[in-house]
Design a binder for this molecule. Structure first.
Ligand code: SF4
Length: 330
C-alpha cells in the first residue's frame, strides 16, 4: 500500500503549505556553546521595546501571519538577563515571552514559540499566549559537543510535557551533522511514539544542518534522495496525518523532494535568524517551482487544521483561527 502511494507520488494534486512569518528573537544570549550553533551570543540582552515596535510594524506591513518567537536556552539562568528582566518589571523570562506574544497577538499575528526545553508548568503558563509551540528533538543520539539541555532524554521529556499541556507542537530531526540513516529513523520512530501517546505533533521538520558564522561543527554526509524518501515513507506509516516539512532555504534539492513533502515551513522576506547564511527565496519563487512540480502553494497558520479544536486551543485562538479561515476562503 505504502509502496503504491510513493510510486504515485504522495503529494500529487495536494497543495504545499507554508507560513508567512517574521522571527522575533527575544535574545540570542545562551549559557551554552553547542558546536554547531551559529545563533548564540553572550551579552546581547533582551529584545528592546523599541525593536519590538519596529518588528511589529515590519510584520504587519510585510503581511506576516506568524510571529516566530525564539531565544537561547534558558536565558534567565544568566545574571545580566535576570537583572534586565527585573529592571523592566518582569518576574522571569516566561513573563517577558508572554508579554511579547501578547503584543504580537494585539497586532493580529499568531505567535509560535520555540524556547528550547521547558517544564510542563512553564508550558502551561505560555499556552494561553501562544497559538502553537515547538522544539526540535534533533536526534536520539547524544553528543558531548552539545549543551546538557540538548540531551535526548531531556528533550523527550519536554516534548512529552508539551503533549500533556495540550499544546499543538512542532518537532523534528537535524540531519547532515554526522548521523547515520538508522539513527535518523530511530529519532523519527521515537517522535512517532511520543505522538501516539499525546497526539500533539502537527508537523515534523527534517532539517539540514548548515554551518553558520560561529559554527565549529563539520558538515556530515547529507541524506541521498532515496534516504529522504525512506524517512518520509516510514514517517507516514508511523504517524499518518502529521505533516512533513522540509525548509527549502536549507535543502537545495527540495524540488526533487516535492512528491513527498507537505510543507515548506515559515517563509520570510527577512533573515533566517537561525541560519542567516541561507536567506529564503520569495513566496512567488517557491510557488513557481511548486507549480512546475504539479503542486500549488497554500498559506497556513502556525497551528494546523488538525489541532484547531477546544482540546488544543483556547477560545481566543480558536476564534482567531476561524477568522483566518473565513478570510482565506472569502
Ligand atoms: S544550539 Fe541552542 S542551546 Fe546550544 S548554544 Fe545555540 S542557542 Fe544555546
Amino acid at each position: 500500500m505504502l509502496k503504491a502511494v510513493y510510486e504515485e507520488g504522495w503529494g500529487t494534486g495536494r497543495p504545499v503549505t507554508y507560513s508567512r512569518s517574521l522571527t522575533f528573537v527575544l535574545t540570542h544570549d545562551c549559557p551554552w556553546h553547542c558546536g554547531y550553533c551559529g545563533f548564540r551570543a553572550d551579552q546581547e540582552g533582551l529584545l528592546s521595546e523599541r525593536k519590538l515596535e519596529s518588528l511589529l510594524q515590519e510584520a504587519v506591513e510585510g503581511g506576516a501571519r506568524e510571529a516566530l518567537l525564539i531565544s537561547g536556552e534558558r536565558p534567565d539562568s544568566l545574571p545580566h538577563i535576570r537583572k534586565e528582566l527585573g529592571e523592566r518589571g518582569f518576574t522571569d523570562f516566561w513573563e517577558f515571552a508572554n508579554h511579547v506574544a501578547d503584543r504580537c497577538a494585539g497586532a493580529g499575528l499568531f505567535p509560535h514559540g520555540n524556547f528550547g526545553r521547558m517544564t510542563e508548568a512553564e508550558l502551561q503558563r505560555l499556552r494561553p499566549h501562544f497559538v502553537s509551540m515547538g522544539m526540535m528533538l534533533e536526534s536520539v543520539q547524544d553528543h558531548p559537543g552539545l549543551a546538557p539541555e540538548k540531551k535526548s532524554s531531556g528533550r523527550i521529556a519536554g516534548i512529552e510535557a508539551a503533549g500533556r499541556a495540550k499544546i499543538p507542537f512542532t518537532c523534528g530531526i537535524l540531519i547532515g551533522w554526522g548521523e547515520s540513516q538508522s539513527s535518523r529513523l530511530d529519532s523519527l520512530a521515537r517522535l512517532a511514539e511520543l505522538h501516539a501517546c499525546h497526539g500533539h505533533l502537527q508537523e515534523i521538520l527534517i532539517q539540514r544542518y548548515i554551518p553558520n558564522r560561529g559554527s565549529r561543527w563539520p558538515v556530515g554526509p547529507v541524506p541521498t534522495l532515496e534516504e529522504y524518501r525512506e524517512m518520509v515513507q516510514r514517517w507516514r506509516g508511523w504517524a499518518p496525518g502529521v505533516a512533513v516539512q522540509i525548509p527549502p532555504n536549507l535543502e537545495p534539492r527540495w524540488p526533487e523532494l516535492l512528491p513527498w513533502l507537505d510543507d515548506l515551513g515559515g517563509i520570510s522576506w527577512a533573515n533566517d535568524e537561525v541560519n542567516p547564511t541561507k536567506p529564503w527565496d520569495t513566496v512567488e519563487g517557491y510557488a513557481g517551482l511548486c507549480r512546475r512540480g504539479g503542486r500549488e502553494m497554500e498559506e497556513r497558520l502556525p497551528v494546523y487544521e488538525s489541532h484547531r479544536s477546544a482540546e488544543w486551543l483556547t477560545e481566543f485562538w480558536l476564534k482567531k483561527a476561524e477568522e483566518f479561515s473565513a478570510e482565506v476562503t472569502a
